[in-house]
Design a protein around this ligand. Sequence first.
Ligand SMILES: [Zn+2]
Length: 138
Amino acid sequence: MSEYTLTSKNFYKALKQKQLIGSKCQVCGSYAIPQRQICPKCHSDQNEITTYVGSGTLKAFTVIFVPPVKMAEAGYNAKNPYCVGIVELDEGPRISAQILDVDILQPENIKIGTKMEMTTITRGEEADQTTFLAFRPA
Ligand SMILES: [Zn+2]
């Protein structure tokens, strides 16, 4: 039994504990991430929290040179770009997240199909800290 419920706040609460949670439909077996109360595939409301192993495969990526405000505030810009990718978790669902420890300035060296493992990034000052999901090559 997980300590988390299907409400969306729990996704970030779990990330702080370095846990990647989602939901698994008890009717059709589909996974969702973040967790959902209604199964995206069969629309059943029989969903339970599941904790992902946190490993997957890089399916797509892009390097961002012109960041949105929040990322600019975090120090990213044209001279300090960052990579965002879509990772397919071993359990099946896909999620986008920042990709760390890859050759951002030579993106031709970043390979689709690379095995990834989850990590987290914490940004902000103490009272205002948020933990974000990220991946890096396993
Ligand atoms: Zn379902």
